[in-house]
Design a protein around this ligand. Structure first.
Ligand SMILES: Cc1cc2nc3c(=O)[nH]c(=O)nc-3n(C[C@H](O)[C@H](O)[C@H](O)COP(=O)(O)OP(=O)(O)OC[C@H]3O[C@@H](n4cnc5c(N)ncnc54)[C@H](O)[C@@H]3O)c2cc1C
Length: 449
């Protein structure tokens, strides 16, 4: 898994309750919740309770041990605006401002690799090949039988005794499938890849969330003390997170710490404005724009083409502007005015035809500098066989090719209304359960024969 921002959010139960009626049997909230709990060890179980949280799983979840002094004022601002405060965004208070939960232990990062792989790295039936790039899934007679990978200047192959599981992420999983001839026939023909299975949905349905950067200054010096507290303040996860209650958690805002930038050109010199800056990022989660991942060529080392197509749906533009306006409103509260919270974002020249901060201004500004959230999914969409754009079935098996599953964020038919690492780890847990069940059934069938 990528080195991410540590935020642990599961999304809204309705996310999964929307997946299930699309034909994804076994993926409603009631079905996935046990797998979310199975993965978790919550360091504050007394505070969050065992109905929504668990102990005993490999992923440590907590709130980081230090929050900057401004946090309380931001929470007060949330009360002042009516946004409110949530004690637990992974519990039954899905809206309101909250100090975010993180995948960390005693303040130290825990990735999915440290949680899941590291403790079992010595198992005899596990071999980890570092610095290796998978270049192809080997398919014989429409069955995946192994993979080819590149390691130390050599192409090597490994055969699968049972199944091949692809989990290279929203961009690389469809790339790998396309490279081995599974995908839309027309596209495969155009890049000279022999078609193994015409599957039109591969690479389609690309989704990402979107955000925009606002900047504020505070009445505090931006000189940092050389101590741990100062170091922590510069880290993203100490930001408070806001979920807002319009149409079920569509909006999310986070203030990314007190950011210290490096002055251009000068080694070791901090960029100083004389005042501390705080960077809230209004985010829109529930995007409707859909893009595509395709191959640039049949060379596995060529980067794929990402056509994100963000902001192609007017509702996404409107949603992000709503989030921006709520952020502006928060900043305008007595609680934050007490810190002389002042917008330092300056109007863009290219949008100067529109009054600064007007809707027309934001429509123009978003077109200039909307930021992809990197919470992507959808490109190997899970769905029933009746859906021509489905890539995997609800057991994560690739349609039309035996012995091949996908188990990562790419299978989400719709990306969850929050950060995607927690839901993706759940997909991994769910996949492990499905694979074990399949193996047991085969074993029992073998015994009965
Ligand atoms: C900068 C950033 C910050 C983020 N912050 C957060 C956050 O705070 N909280 C949150 O919930 N989510 C966050 N996310 C999103 C979250 O990390 C992803 O949703 C999650 O990692 C998706 O998991 P995945 O397994 O689908 O893909 P990935 O995590 O991308 O894992 C795929 C893995 O496959 C490897 N791989 C790819 N191609 C090949 C190949 N050909 N051969 C071999 N290996 C290959 C990659 O190196 C990678 O290790 C963030 C994402 C980014 C980019």
């Amino acid at each position: 898994m990528v080195h991410n921002g540590l935020v642990y959010l599961r999304g809204n139960p309705t996310d999964y309750d929307n997946w299930a009626p699309m034909g994804n049997v076994g993926w409603s909230w009631g079905h996935v919740k046990p797998f979310l709990l199975k993965g978790e060890t919550n360091g504050k179980i007394d505070r969050v309770g065992s109905f929504w949280h668990a102990t005993g799983g490999p992923v440590s979840v907590e709130r980081l041990p230090y929050q900057p002094p401004l946090t309380n004022s931001i929470l007060t601002a949330a009360m002042e605006t009516g946004v409110g405060i949530s004690e637990d965004l992974n519990g039954d208070q899905l809206t309101g401002l909250s100090v975010v939960q993180t995948t960390s232990k005693d303040g130290v990062r825990r990735s999915s690799a440290t949680a899941y792989l590291w403790p079992v790295r010595h198992r005899k039936n596990l071999q980890i090949s570092l610095n290796s790039t998978c270049t192809r899934v080997i398919i014989e007679n429409k069955i995946a039988v192994g993979v080819e990978y590149y390691h130390n200047d050599k192409f090597l192959t490994v055969r699968a005794a049972r199944e091949v599981i692809v989990f290279a992420g929203t961009i690389a999983s469809p790339q790998l499938l396309l490279l081995c001839g599974i995908g839309p026939k027309k596209h495969l023909d155009s890049v000279g890849v022999r078609v193994v299975q015409d599957l039109p949905g591969i690479g389609e349905n690309f989704q990402d969330q979107i955000m925009y950067n606002l900047q504020y200054t505070l009445d505090e010096s931006d000189i940092y003390d050389n101590n741990w507290a100062a170091a922590f303040e510069d880290l993203w996860p100490f930001r408070p997170v806001l979920f807002l209650a319009t149409d079920l958690s569509k909006l999310w805002i986070f203030a990314s710490g007190y950011v210290a930038g490096c002055a251009p050109g000068e080694l070791d010199a901090l960029q100083s404005t004389g005042k501390r800056t705080v960077t809230p990022w209004p985010v829109y989660h529930h995007t409707r724009s859909r893009g595509r991942i395709s191959l640039a060529s049949n060379n596995p080392f060529d980067k794929p083409v990402i056509w994100s197509n963000v902001l192609s749906e007017p509702a996404d533009v409107a949603g992000l502007i709503e989030a921006i306006n709520i952020t502006l409103k928060l900043a305008n509260t007595d609680a934050l005015k007490a810190h002389n919270f002042t917008l330092s974002t300056t109007p863009m020249d290219v949008c100067s035809d529109h009054p600064f901060l007007s809707t027309e201004y934001w429509v123009c500004a978003l077109r200039q500098s909307v930021v992809p959230r990197a919470h992507t999914g959808g490109t190997c969409k899970m769905g029933p066989s009746s859906d021509p754009m489905a890539v995997v079935d609800p057991q994560l098996r690739v349609y039309g090719v035996g012995g091949l599953r996908v188990a990562d964020a790419s299978i989400m038919p719709m990306v969850t209304f929050a950060n995607t690492a927690g839901p993706t780890m759940m997909i991994g847990e769910r996949a492990a359960g499905l694979i074990k069940k399949h193996s047991m059934q085969n074993f029992q069938r073998g015994c009965l024969q």
